[in-house]
Design a binder for this molecule. Sequence first.
Ligand code: GRG
Length: 309
Amino acid sequence: MPSQPRLRAISKSEKTFDLSAYLERTTAAVNTGFERLLPKAATKPSTIHTAMRYSLFAGGKRLRPALCIAAAEACGGNLEDAVPYACAVECIHTYSLIHDDLPAMDNDDFRRGKPTNHKVFGEGIAILAGDGLLTQAFEILAEAKAAKRYPHNITVLELAKASGSLQLIAGQVADLEGEGKKLDEKELRYIHERKTSALLTCSTRLGGMSANCTSAQLEALTDFGYHVGLAFQVIDDILDVTQSSEQLGKTAGKDVAAQKATYPSIVGLENSRQIAKKLTGKAFAALVPFRAKAVALEGLAKYLLERDR
Ligand code: GRG
């Protein structure tokens, strides 16, 4: 039974890992990084910089940055070098949420417990705030300290591919086109791999790159990111039908209302929970080569499985 010792080793190291302290530390470092890396709100034209900062500082969970930093640490790197990489991914993530909330897409009024960007600044500025963050991500990455094995052309390509029309945007297109249609599990997985897992995988890979990881480490981080990304989205689908809007900080029940295919709608709630657990088990297994250095990645994967918002 090869999987049992792995899972046992993980629960042992988790006992010594304080996830909330870790998230506090990584979030604080990323917020400080943003203060340094972003134009100030008052910088002309101040409307756009205020709008970009509004969504960036609206209270997101900062999971992608935490995964990025934890991946760097698993490879022997440090928080300071990983922060710009983490900020770049969070800029992409936040841009995608601003655009996803627009009336032409998911048409949402509520995100991260606050009115959505277009509700506060209007649609034109919200589109531009998303564009601004998308561009800012690449500026940050191009100016980040590059590790020996991963020069800027590699890291920029990494983020461009994860955010582009074959991954994040492909997932969003398939999601839009799938509304009201009966999708099967394979088609749903296609969406989840691109809309969610691609950017989570990119987070762990960029973290590894910031730490000058080996190719074997990069492969393990890819395997981990992929499975944790899929588990994350299955849980997101579950939370959409089991939690309140207040709890989630965004409108609950949107998937059902928009007639979107989700794991619970295709395989049922209990099977969805089992699938998320299985995916997390695979993510854990990918961490074996990192031994004790993967303690933060393990803690984050466990948290993502058990989260309630
Ligand atoms: C507009 C190109 C484009 C893409 C949009 C982000 C997105 C793709 C759609 C939003 C809906 C959705 C279910 C996305 C999947 C990823 C996801 C679950 C995002 C929410 O991530 P959290 O929970 O959010 O980490 P916070 O606000 O905590 O950062």
